[in-house]
Design a protein around this ligand. Sequence first.
Ligand SMILES: NC(=O)c1ccc[n+]([C@@H]2O[C@H](COP(=O)([O-])OP(=O)(O)OC[C@H]3O[C@@H](n4cnc5c(N)ncnc54)[C@H](OP(=O)(O)O)[C@@H]3O)[C@@H](O)[C@H]2O)c1
Length: 326
Amino acid sequence: MKIMPLAGRGIEASRLVLGCMPFGGSWDPKDPITREDRLQAEKAVDAALSIGINMFDHANIYTRGKAEETFGALLKDRPQLREQMIIQSKCGIRLQDGENPGRFDFSKEHILEAVDDSLGRLGVEYLDILLLHRPDPLMEPDEVAEAFGKLKASGKVRYFGVSNMSVSQIKFLQRSLPDQLAVNQLEMSLGHTHFLDQTIFVNQQAGAQVNFAEGLIEHCQMENIQLQAWGPLAQGRYTGRSTQGEPEKVQKTAALVARMAKEKETTPEAIALGWLMKHPAKIQPIIGSANAGRIVACQDAERQSELMTREEWYTLYVSAIGQPMP
Ligand SMILES: NC(=O)c1ccc[n+]([C@@H]2O[C@H](COP(=O)([O-])OP(=O)(O)OC[C@H]3O[C@@H](n4cnc5c(N)ncnc54)[C@H](OP(=O)(O)O)[C@@H]3O)[C@@H](O)[C@H]2O)c1
């Protein structure tokens, strides 16, 4: 797998990233991390490394910290892996506790504390990248800048980015930051095409249902902000999971992906991801599988993106949205 300088900065990252959200077992805080959870995570990480993935995506909340803890246990056993890896984590979401609802928190205190907690669970000295997980309407950009400044100065975080943010939110935050944001992570896949629909349905009634921040993809491309796709496999809807009960366009597209994979002697995963990776923004899919076989099935994605014709790309897109281009 090719390695690229992430957003033109000093990070050499693989095009595919392993999402570590499933690590650590259940989200129930009462459930401990089991031996099976640890083994599954280790197999998944080894499968990722075996196909050239060197970047791993975390968040402080995944399985309520158990995902980072499981990853940390693996690094403790095999500390030589740390320097081969790019580790990204996120903060800014606080899960419901007691009377307090689930909420977002970009306060300086939360950001600093969350990073310390993530570093502790992962057992590492620094995060390569820290993302703000979901926009907080109470965000004070200067306060975020103070937190980022402290984290950078102390060597705890090398680069900063965001997730699920619009152009205006990025600009609003960026004004206060000395360094350019490096990443924006968004949901993008054959099953979540709003990032493209927004482009093609400009000035069209059919675009009324599209819910995507206008100009976001172009802004990230112009500002050299790396776009990362969460949910890139659409949780398997087009790559082999049962499509029973799914809308007709999903069933037809899943069949199309399977057919293309057979013709090209590759896997459905490589077709679905290759479609996403053909976009000129050089999107980095964050694959969320904890299944070693499925991770390896993603290996050919980059090559498929290079081989995919414009016609094949549009055939998949038109099928996925279930209507012709305007
Ligand atoms: N920034 C954000 O707000 C945000 C939100 C969500 C996720 N993320 C990140 O993005 C990563 C990926 O997200 P995601 O998990 O939604 O993405 P995904 O890669 O689209 O889906 C992975 C999930 O789909 C299942 N799956 C895939 N192919 C399958 C098949 N053929 N049959 C049955 N199940 C199949 C996987 O199960 P197996 O494990 O069994 O393969 C896994 O549960 C996460 O790990 C996390 O790092 C970020």
